[in-house]
Design a binder for this molecule. Structure first.
Ligand SMILES: Nc1ncnc2c1ncn2[C@@H]1O[C@H](COP(=O)(O)OP(=O)(O)OP(=O)(O)O)[C@@H](O)[C@H]1O
Ligand SMILES: [Mg+2]
Length: 251
């Protein structure tokens, strides 16, 4: 990692063309520093999930350079994708069974991860007994259980009602502040990206690339006072304008 010393993830000139001929990404550059909370913001179909999958190593870039520091990755998919036949605790234990994380202390880690997302009392429940928001919490607990160095989240709260989403936003920020891990958060919500992030990367429509980078230098912890502040409204306006220009940008 010469050009982006200190970066935990670095993409340079990344392109992705699927076999179908669809060009999802072209000329995507981004660098994320250890400990940062960064959002990828862009319209539906602009290549956000594709970029996240490439960062995770779940998909290969067709062009460019991808560098990622070693270490565990947690991935929260847009759908909670829990195993219906397994208890919440067994679902959260899964990364220890599949991955390379040290297995000693796995059960303690499961208990801790469930407590972090407010599901301590539901360890023995089955996914079907949980609400949508609780299922999403369980899937976040599963991504957090190994306390991964890098947490990748793909529109995790998009299908939830606003009250639940706001609550989970606050819980996520609490966990981020406690664990000090790096988060790359995909969303198409200007409001959510501003509330959560230190930095927002605004993408163009497909083929996606970074159109603008906007810092949100508001202090943490952020709470409902921030959400209703003039400062927040100002950042939202700035990001909306950038998104509007990105939408009009030629590929
Ligand atoms: N496996 C695939 N094979 C072929 N085309 C794909 C594949 N995955 C994604 N695409 C195409 O790549 C483009 C980008 O898709 P992607 O899922 O990355 O968008 P997105 O920004 O995550 O959208 P959304 O906000 O709706 O989730 C789309 O045109 C999509 O049809
Ligand atoms: Mg997507």
């Amino acid at each position: 990692m010469t050009e982006n010393a200190g970066a935990i993830v670095s993409l340079r000139g990344v392109g992705k063309t699927f076999e179908s001929g669809t060009v999802a990404l072209a000329g995507l550059d981004l660098a994320v520093t250890e400990g940062e909370f960064v959002s990828l913001l862009g319209p539906s179909g602009c290549g956000k999930s594709t970029a996240l999958r490439i960062i995770a190593g779940l998909s290969e870039a067709s062009a460019g350079v991808v560098e990622r520091a070693a270490g565990d990755i947690g991935f929260v998919f847009q759908d909670p994708t829990l195993m219906p036949w397994a208890s919440v605790a067994d679902n959260v234990l899964l990364p220890f069974k599949l991955g390379t994380a040290e297995k000693t202390g796995a059960h303690t880690a499961v208990t801790r991860a469930l407590a972090r997302v407010g599901l301590a009392e539901f360890a023995d429940a089955f996914p079907r007994e949980l609400s949508g928001g609780m299922r999403m919490r369980a899937s976040i607990a599963r991504a957090l259980v190994t306390e991964p160095r890098l947490l990748l989240m793909d529109e995790p709260f998009a299908s939830l009602d606003e009250i639940t989403r706001f609550k989970l936003n606050n819980d996520l920020l609490g966990v981020w502040q406690e664990l000090r891990r790096t988060v790359i958060f995909v969303t198409h919500s200007v409001f959510e990206s501003v509330y959560l992030s230190q930095r927002i990367l605004v993408m163009t429509p497909r083929p996606g690339r970074i159109f603008a980078e906007i810092a949100i230098p508001a202090a943490y912890p952020r709470d409902e006072r921030f959400r209703t502040s003039a400062e927040y409204a100002g950042f939202c306006r700035q990001v909306s304008e950038a998104l509007g220009k990105a939408m009009a940008a030629a590929p």
